[in-house]
Write a protein that binds this ligand. Structure first.
Ligand code: HEM
Length: 144
């Protein structure tokens, strides 16, 4: 195994979570359980039902690729999350709290606490970037 100074300098939460029982199969279980719960949520369920009306399998596979890329650094996901969310005009910042609450609960039930904490940390940071893209506007006097 070669020594990678950049990897060594990264915070623990940014290193790939291998050797702690996290692999594509366990991530697939998390993704499926998480979306089952989201679809049952009274606020977010109808939004997902409207946006993903047909076969859910491609979305679940895409989200498994996404989380494998985030957590295992697998490179499986090549998409662009920001445009997919910019078009969701009725989603609010508070909806992200619901999303993160359900995600954190699901991860905590399926993984050891330290592992679940890494999933939630990554989700919170990505949610932060999505929220900036969706909701942040410069005040008029600073706008270009
Ligand atoms: C209230 C919060 C959220 C809502 C309502 C939401 C909703 C959606 C919907 C409806 C899609 C499907 C869009 C499409 O296929 O046309 C989607 C895609 C996606 N979402 Fe979210 N999302 C939320 C938060 C998040 C968060 C926090 C993350 C990451 C941590 C995330 C990651 C993704 C990814 C990776 C895709 C696939 C984008 C692509 O490549 O097509 N979402 N989301």
């Amino acid at each position: 195994m070669s020594f990678d100074p950049i990897d060594k300098a990264r915070p623990v939460a940014e290193q790939p979570l291998t050797n702690v029982g996290v692999d594509r199969d366990s991530i697939g279980v998390l993704v499926r359980e998480f979306y089952a719960r989201l679809r049952g949520n009274e606020r977010l369920g109808p939004i997902f039902a409207r946006e993903i009306s047909g076969d859910w399998e491609p979305h679940l596979e895409k989200m498994t690729d996404f989380w494998c890329s985030v957590i295992l650094k697998s490179g499986d996901y090549q998409g662009r999350p920001v445009p997919a969310h910019l078009k969701l005009k009725d989603v609010t910042e508070a909806d992200f709290d619901i999303w993160l609450g359900i995600f954190g609960e699901t991860a905590a039930e399926l993984f050891a606490p330290e592992t679940a904490a890494v999933f939630l940390d990554r989700a919170e940071r990505i949610a932060g970037s999505l929220k900036l893209a969706m909701f942040f506007r410069l005040p008029p006097r600073l706008a270009p």
